[in-house]
Design a protein around this ligand. Structure first.
Ligand code: F6R
Length: 638
C-alpha cells in the first residue's frame, strides 16, 4: 500500500536550517513517483466527489514519466477516471509540428492521454505551430483559459540544468506569464540527443510564465539524478533570483520538492551534515568529513589540526576520536590501503590491508563494458595490468553501440566494401550507399546500416584490446536486445537481457567482475547494463563460484568516484597512460565528430587522461604519494 507523502514544516528542524523549500528525499524514484501519482489521484477523486473539475498543470521530460505510468495503471485497474480532469501543459518547443516525435504534444499522448479517459477538449498544450504574428493573443488566451477554469489546482514540475521551470530560462521575471522564450544553450544541448544533434533542437519555446506557475494551488517538483543536484541545492538553499528561476518557488506556500538521493546529494544537510548539526559518525562519514576538510583547507590530512576540525563543525568527531592526530593517521592509513599496483591481488604478499585478495594467484577476470569503449576509457590501465600480471582476463561488450556511429562513417565503410568487392553482390552496398546519401536525420537506420555501424564498433574494440595484448578469444559481444532500437530511446530491460548477462558470468565464473557503476544515470545505457548485471548476480547468488567473486565498479567517461568512496586506487605510470590513450584512439568512430558528446567538448582520450590525472593530483594533495595517474574503483557487496 502506497503511503502519502509526509509533510514536514521546513525550518522547524535543525537538519533543514539551510533550506527554504519543503523537500522529501527517496532512495527510489519509482516509489517517489508512485506517491506523487497517488496524491494527484486523490485530488482528482476529491474533486469528483465535490462535482468539480480538477485542473492539472502538467510537465514533460524524463522526470514525470513514472508518475504518468502509475496514473495510467490506476486508470487501467478501474481505480481512477479522468472524466473531470482539465489539463494545461507547461510548454512546447517552437516552432514544432504536433506530429513531430519530439513534440510535447506527442509526448503527452504517448505517456498519458492515449491511455486514459480524458476528454480531448479538456487537453491544453501550447501549440508549436501557431503563427508568430498570432502568438501574443494566443498566449493571452492560454492564460485566460486557465483562469476560466478557476486556476491550476495542481502543478507538476521538473527542473532543467539551467534552473528553468517550464521553459522559464535564467532571466525570467517573477511576474511573467505565458510567452515565447529563447532556449538556453544548455537546455538545447540536453535535448540534442533526442533531436539527433543540437542543430535540430528548436531555438525557442512557448512556456507558461513564473507567475502562471506560482498561482497554482499546489506544486510538486520532481528531480532525479546527479545532474540535477547543483540546481536543487540552489533552488532550496539559494537566494531568490531570476538567474535561477526555480528559486522563485521559495515564495510558494504549498510546494514540495520530491528528490531521489542523487538529486539531493548537494544539499548541505546531505553533503556536509557536520555543518548543520549533530551527526552519527559512521566510518564512511568520518572519511568523507576528513577528506572534505583537507580539500577545503588545501592541507594534507596529516597536517590538519584540532583547530581546523573545531572551526568546521567537527568538534563532536574530535571528541569521539580523542585528537586530530589519531583521526588523521586513521584516515591517512585507510586511503593509503586503497592504493595498489596489483588490481588482481599481489601474489605471496600479506593481503590484510590490500584491496584485493592474494589468492588465487591467477584470477579469472570479467570486465563488463556497456559500450564498446568504456573498458579502455574507464579502466584501460587496470585492464593492461591485469593482463600483464598473468590473469585470465575476459571482456564482455554489453551493447553494440551502433547508434553512436555517424552516417558519414558508415558510408565510408559501405563505399569501401563496394569498391573492394566490385561484384554482382555489390548491389547490396549500392542500396545502402544510396540510402545513406539521401537519409534525413529523423529517418531510422535500416537494419543493414545498423549492422555496419555495430560491426565498425566491434572491429574498433578488437583493435583496442589487441593493443593491450588480449587475444580475440577472450572477447565476447552480447548485443543486448534492450539497446537495439536504432534510436536513442531504448527498450526496458527484459528477461532476455538478464539471461544473456547471466550466461556469460556463469561461463567464465570470475573471481573478479568489473562493471560500469553509473548508479546515478537513471535513463542511460550504463544504468540498464548495470541493472542487468545486478539482476544476474541475484539469480546466481547460490552458485558456489559466486562465493569467490568480488565485484568492482568503475565510473563511466563522465565522472570519477568521490575520494571517500574509492576502495581501490590503481596508479598508472606515464607509459601506461600512453598505452591506454592509444587503446582509446582505436575507437576512431568516437573521435572528432562523436554523436553524443554532451557539453564537454574534449575527446574521450583527453577526458580519460585528465580525469585519471586529477585523481592522482587529489591523492597527492591529501598527502599520499604523487603518481602520474590513478584509476579508481568501488567494491560492490551484493
Ligand atoms: C517540461 C519542462 C521542463 C522540464 C525540465 C526537466 O515540460 O517544462 O522544465 O521539466 O527541462 O526535464 P527532464 O525531466 O527531462 O530532466
Amino acid at each position: 500500500m502506497v503511503q502519502e507523502i509526509e509533510y514536514k514544516q521546513v525550518g522547524k528542524f535543525e537538519e533543514t536550517k539551510f533550506e527554504k523549500i519543503h523537500n522529501e528525499i527517496f532512495s527510489s524514484s519509482l516509489h517517489a513517483s508512485k506517491l506523487v501519482a497517488h496524491e494527484i489521484a486523490k485530488l482528482i477523486k476529491q474533486k469528483q466527489q465535490e462535482g468539480l473539475h480538477c485542473v492539472l498543470g502538467l510537465a514533460t521530460g524524463s522526470s514525470p514519466i513514472k508518475v504518468y505510468e502509475e496514473l495510467v495503471n490506476m486508470h487501467r485497474s478501474g481505480e481512477l477516471s479522468f472524466h473531470n480532469v482539465i489539463t494545461f501543459n507547461l510548454d512546447e518547443y517552437y516552432p514544432i509540428d504536433r506530429d513531430h516525435q519530439q513534440s510535447y504534444y506527442h509526448f503527452m499522448h504517448q505517456h498519458l492521454f492515449n491511455h486514459v479517459d480524458i476528454m480531448p477538449e479538456n487537453i491544453h498544450i501550447p501549440d508549436g505551430s501557431i503563427l508568430l504574428e498570432e502568438m501574443d493573443q494566443y498566449c493571452i488566451d492560454y492564460e485566460l483559459k486557465i483562469k476560466k477554469y478557476g486556476g491550476l489546482d495542481f502543478q507538476l514540475l521538473g527542473i532543467g540544468r539551467t534552473g528553468h521551470i517550464g521553459f522559464n530560462e535564467p532571466g525570467s521575471h517573477p511576474n511573467s506569464g505565458t510567452r515565447v522564450i529563447t532556449l538556453d544553450h544548455i537546455t538545447r544541448s540536453d535535448a540534442a540527443s533526442d533531436f539527433n544533434g543540437i542543430e535540430h533542437v528548436p531555438k525557442k519555446a512557448i512556456t507558461m510564465g513564473i507567475n502562471t506557475i506560482l498561482k497554482a494551488k499546489r506544486i510538486i517538483l520532481l528531480a532525479w539524478g546527479h545532474k540535477k543536484a547543483p540546481m536543487i541545492k540552489d533552488t532550496i538553499e539559494g537566494t531568490v533570483s531570476s538567474s535561477v528561476p526555480a528559486t522563485f518557488l521559495q515564495n510558494h506556500q504549498n510546494i514540495t520538492l520530491i528528490l531521489d538521493d542523487e538529486a539531493a546529494s548537494e544539499l548541505t544537510r546531505i553533503k556536509t551534515p557536520w555543518l548543520v548539526g549533530q551527526c552519527i559518525w559512521t566510518e564512511k562519514l568520518r572519511l568523507r568529513a576528513v577528506t572534505w576538510l583537507s580539500e577545503l583547507l588545501n592541507k594534507p590530512i596529516l597536517k590538519l589540526t584540532d583547530k581546523d576540525y573545531n572551526e568546521h563543525g567537527m568538534s563532536g568527531l574530535l571528541a569521539i576520536e580523542g585528537s586530530s592526530y589519531e583521526l588523521n593517521i586513521k584516515i591517512f592509513n585507510h586511503l593509503q590501503h586503497t592504493i595498489t599496483g596489483w588490481p588482481g591481488g599481489k601474489p605471496n604478499a600479506d593481503d590484510t590491508h590490500r584491496p584485493e585478495r592474494a589468492l588465487p594467484k591467477k584470477k579469472r577476470v570479467l570486465i563488463f563494458s556497456p559500450h564498446p569503449d568504456d573498458d579502455v576509457i574507464s579502466m584501460g590501465g587496470t585492464f593492461l595490468r591485469l593482463i600483464d600480471q598473468g590473469h585470465d582476463v575476459h571482456v564482455v561488450y554489453q551493447t553494440s553501440g551502433n547508434i553512436a556511429v555517424t552516417d558519414q562513417e558508415a558510408l565510408k565503410f559501405a563505399e569501401v566494401f563496394n569498391a573492394f568487392t566490385n561484384s554482382p553482390n555489390s548491389s547490396k552496398f549500392q542500396e545502402t550507399i544510396s540510402f545513406l546519401k539521401s537519409k534525413k536525420t529523423s529517418d531510422r537506420d535500416s537494419d543493414a546500416i545498423l549492422k555496419i555501424k555495430g560491426l565498425i564498433r566491434r572491429m574498433e574494440s578488437l583493435g583496442a584490446i589487441r593493443h593491450l595484448g588480449l587475444s580475440d578469444d577472450k572477447v565476447h559481444f552480447l548485443d543486448l536486445p534492450f539497446y537495439e532500437t536504432g534510436r536513442v530511446k531504448k527498450k526496458p530491460l527484459s528477461r532476455e537481457d538478464i539471461t544473456l548477462t547471466k550466461n556469460i558470468i556463469e561461463k567464465i565464473a570470475p573471481h573478479q567482475l568489473y562493471a560500469a557503476g553509473d548508479l546515478a544515470d537513471p535513463h542511460g545505457t550504463h544504468k540498464i547494463c548495470l541493472d542487468a548485471i545486478f539482476a544476474a548476480l541475484k539469480d546466481l547468488k547460490s552458485s558456489t563460484f559466486m562465493d569467490d567473486c568480488w565485484v568492482w565498479l568503475y565510473r563511466g567517461a563522465w565522472q570519477e568516484w568521490d575520494v571517500s568512496e574509492i576502495d581501490m586506487a590503481v596508479p598508472l605510470s606515464p607509459d601506461e597512460v600512453t598505452k591506454k590513450t592509444n587503446a582509446i584512439l582505436h575507437h576512431q568512430s568516437q573521435k572528432d565528430r562523436v554523436m553524443f558528446q554532451g557539453e564537454d567538448s574534449r575527446e574521450f582520450w583527453l577526458r580519460a587522461r585528465e580525469r585519471n590525472k586529477n585523481t592522482a593530483i587529489l591523492y597527492d594533495a591529501l598527502g599520499l604519494a604523487d603518481y602520474e595517474a590513478i584509476e579508481a574503483f568501488k567494491r560492490y557487496i551484493y
